[in-house]
Design a protein. Structure first.
Length: 402
């Protein structure tokens, strides 16, 4: 339905304005009159010229979805009807893209669709985990409880992601700064020294000559080097998009000496938290494992979890195949086995997730402490080495003059 902008006065003479979805302008006026408004002005909302250009639209963040789920849960718990909840959520949403999505979901439900089916139309915003848990909440009549669990799960998941991003930020920042400093030295500083060296005459020391040659190469082939780096980046993205490329890169990440152990701990925490949330919400373990494997974030871990799912379908316990994956530590597998035996697997998985969240914290701290001096030595060594090489001829002349 088209959207109309309206402005009117209340019985007390107060000016009000807003938006309304109706079939036409007459219907909008009639609806506002029935609400007691007078001096009504209605006009059709102008179309957004960029509405169909996806990359110009505001993206919906995970935080937006978390806030949506938490407020939605509170409204349902307070006894508000589903349509009214979505109407209020859409009107108060600051993200215009997300507000339109919520409005579309409301319209679908008004047309007879379930909330689950309406959410499933937006897989980029509501993933399989979200949709399946909402389906369990709808069928069990505990939608408010499920949405509360979902928001709590997503908040913890966001914290985990931020820890990993924080661990990656420092080394990447130092590497980028190193590249920029070296580029400035090669393109701007060394040519000045080169002119001075040519006026001095004589042969240059080996390190200085190497820098001069590198500077000339960088000046002559700077654009080609830039094009090569861009081609390398897109080539890697294309390679990683293939099944073989994903397997190779993800395997190397898990085997790397510094990031590998951290990624395994993140994987255990994410697996435990996600499966615990799904099982406690009534999702069958086979369906839960299928969704958990897809959201693992690493192809090697995904394959391991799918093998685990296959083994369970053949009658094995969840602990047996997990032991064979070489990703989950023996302690985790034993705790899962105890959870299965006592019928409290979801509670045990939640405890494992809490423990490994702390482990990720410790691993990030240890990695940062290890990388910080290494990166500082690397940056100081590269830049300091270049500066010493540039001043070697001057030192040589001073020694000869003395």
């Amino acid at each position: 339905m088209p959207i109309f902008l309206w402005q009117a006065e209340t019985k007390k003479g107060e000016s009000k304005k807003g938006e309304i979805d109706t079939a036409d302008e007459a219907a909008a006026r009639g609806h506002l009159r029935r609400q007691g408004y007078k001096s009504i002005t209605v006009k059709k909302k102008p179309k957004d010229l960029f509405a169909n250009i996806s990359f110009l639209q505001q993206s919906v963040s995970e935080k937006d979805v978390v806030v949506f789920a938490r407020i939605f849960a509170t409204m349902i718990n307070a006894g508000l009807p589903l349509i009214q909840c979505l109407d209020l959520l859409g009107k108060q949403e600051q993200n215009k893209t997300f507000a339109k999505v919520i409005g579309s979901i409301k319209e679908d439900i008004e047309g007879g669709s379930t909330l689950t089916d309406a959410l499933r139309k937006y897989p980029k915003i509501f993933d399989d985990l979200f949709v399946n848990l909402v389906a369990a909440g709808e069928s069990g009549g505990i939608l408010d409880v499920i949405l509360q669990r979902l928001s709590s799960y997503m908040e913890k998941s966001m914290k985990l992601k931020s820890k990993v991003k924080g661990a990656m930020t420092y080394p990447i920042s130092v590497l980028v700064i190193s590249i920029l400093v070296v580029s400035v030295l090669l393109l701007k500083v060394i040519p000045v020294f080169q002119t001075m060296f040519e006026g001095m005459g004589g042969t240059l020391p080996g390190p200085t000559q190497f820098l001069v040659d590198a500077s000339q190469f960088a000046q002559n082939y700077f654009l080609y080097m830039g094009a090569f780096m861009v081609a390398l980046f897109f080539g890697f993205k294309r390679f990683y998009a293939t099944e073989k490329g994903t397997l190779i890169v993800d395997a190397l990440i898990l085997k790397s000496p510094v990031f590998g152990p951290l990624m395994k701990k993140v994987a255990v925490s994410k697996f435990s938290r996600t499966l615990s949330t799904m099982m406690s919400s009534g999702v069958p373990i086979m369906e839960g494992l299928g969704i958990v494997s897809k959201t693992a974030g690493n192809k090697i871990i995904e394959i391991a979890l799918m093998k685990t799912r296959q083994s369970i379908s053949e009658g094995k316990t969840i602990a047996e195949p997990l032991m064979e994956t070489d990703i989950f530590p023996a302690m985790v597998v034993q705790m899962i086995a105890v959870g299965e035996a006592t019928g409290a697997l979801d509670t045990m998985l939640s405890k494992i997730a809490d423990f490994y969240d702390d482990e990720v914290d410790s691993a990030v701290g240890a990695m940062t402490a290890l990388l910080e001096p290494f990166m500082m030595v690397f940056l100081g060594g590269v830049v300091g080495g270049m500066i010493i090489a540039m001043y070697l001829p001057i030192f040589k002349m001073a020694a000869a003059a003395g």
